[in-house]
Design a binder for this molecule. Structure first.
Ligand SMILES: C[S@@+](CC[C@H](N)C(=O)[O-])C[C@H]1O[C@@H](n2cnc3c(N)ncnc32)[C@H](O)[C@@H]1O
Length: 404
């Protein structure tokens, strides 16, 4: 198995390391990588098919990283670990889920050891997203720079996690948390995501309406900076490109576009290209995400597991950093939001959690689905809520084999 610092992580005198008590060497962490057998709740034919592991992810990641069929094969990793909140979390039925009591340097080392192992699992064009709040995100950024290399840092995403709260403390209301997005190398797979135009923004950006078709469009130049001697520097319809510029297309292609009505001619005879609103993918996503609040009204579907994340948030990062058939890992799977998002997008997944309630919730989620938040009524099991509300959904691709 290939281990070590990835491309882009080379040391130079512009870089620094964070030091704290109890920080062990990468070599020591990687020396623990060895084949292991685990309690696997679903045993597929191949270890990269949908698999749920129950246990401490340190142990499990050490074992997975020793498996040549897995090391370097994971396209994307999302983790939403404990946040060092010093809390004990239970689900809506007050069943114990997990404790989040590791803090400070211990927290950082807890995460660092696991991140180093996850790096070994990532494919060379893979990516990792780490979801945290303001408590440990900054220390974690430094640690991720060390592990993945500052050059492989891609985005610091701010997510609006909740509606404004009626806040009386001497500080601004806290409605955000954060995702750190890193790649393993320069050659990362990335599918740019777009948010659809709002009517107002679309009308503003695409102010013209084509008479014949009623399609909304904007006008953009058909030339670009730089002189070219080839076809794009030639005369078109008796016009040369403006000084210092070239046509964006060959004269033949411009003729074709004009014949299709895709060129706008100004009253003074200036050609411009029409870009239509209905063929624009939307606005390229930026790094502030306001649309992915966690369950905040009674119609949102949830499992009832504490700290459950927004399903659409997961779908967005999975779409951005993987393709159908790719393998997605969540080593702090919780209620299985990443696993459901992966399955629904045709990705394969590996989930790990050491909470028996998390495992039960994931099983229920795949068997029964989630249920609208509704008015809360305590039940013996989260799954019962789903059943009561008639939300039963067949997820037989997974649970069937689990119950074999
Ligand atoms: C913040 S929750 C994840 C919530 C999840 N993203 C969701 O949408 O439901 C963190 C999860 O990490 C799990 N966890 C904490 N420490 C772990 C460890 N050492 N090994 C495996 N799982 C762990 C907890 O049991 C908990 O389910």
């Amino acid at each position: 198995m290939a281990v070590g610092v990835p491309a882009g992580a080379a040391r130079s005198n512009t870089e620094f390391e964070i030091s704290y008590k109890g920080k062990i060497s990468q070599a020591e962490i990687l020396s623990r990588v060895r084949p292991k057998s685990f309690r696997v709740l679903h045993q597929p034919d191949h270890p990269t098919d949908n698999t749920l592991y129950f246990g401490d992810n340190l142990d499990i990641l050490e074992g997975l990283a020793a498996d040549d069929r897995l090391a370097g094969q994971t396209q994307m990793i999302y983790i939403d670990p404990p946040y060092a909140t010093n809390s004990r979390f239970s689900n809506r039925n007050l069943e114990f889920a997990y404790e989040d009591t590791i803090d400070g340097a211990d927290f950082l080392e807890f995460l660092r050891q696991r991140l180093i192992l996850m790096r070994e699992l990532l494919s060379n064009d893979g990516a990792i997203y780490v979801h945290l709040d303001s408590k440990m995100i900054f220390e974690t950024k430094l640690i991720m720079d060390e592990i993945f290399g500052p050059k492989n840092f891609r985005s610091f995403i701010t997510r609006k996690k909740s509606n404004p709260k009626n806040f009386s403390k001497k500080q601004f209301g806290n409605v955000s948390d954060y995702l750190l997005f890193y790649s393993k190398s320069k050659s990362m797979k990335f599918n740019l995501q777009h948010t659809p135009w709002t009517e107002e923004a679309g009308n503003k950006e695409y102010p013209y309406i084509e008479e014949k078709t009623g399609r909304r469009f904007k006008k953009v130049p058909i030339h670009a900076p730089g002189v070219r001697n080839g076809a794009t520097g030639r005369e078109w319809r008796g016009m040369l490109p403006p000084p210092g510029k070239h046509w964006q297309y060959t004269p033949e292609r411009l003729d074709e576009m004009d014949a299709k009505g895709e060129i706008y001619w100004s009253p003074t005879g200036n050609p411009r290209r029409k870009i239509y609103l209905d063929s624009a993918p939307g606005v390229a996503m930026q790094n502030i995400w306001l649309e992915y609040k966690d369950a905040h009204n009674q119609n949102i579907k949830i499992t009832g597991y504490p700290t459950e994340k927004n399903l659409d948030l997961l779908k967005t990062v999975i779409r951005a950093s993987s393709d159908e058939g790719d393998l997605v890992l969540d080593a702090f799977a919780g209620s299985g939001t990443t696993l459901e998002a992966s399955a629904s997008l045709g990705r394969r997944w590996i989930g790990i959690d050491n909470s028996s309630l998390a495992i039960k919730t994931i099983e229920d989620r795949f068997e029964l689905g989630s249920a609208k938040m509704g008015d809360f009524r305590p039940k013996t099991a989260a799954a019962q809520t789903a059943l009561d509300l008639g939300e039963r959904r067949a997820k037989d691709f997974w649970i069937k084999e689990l119950s074999d």
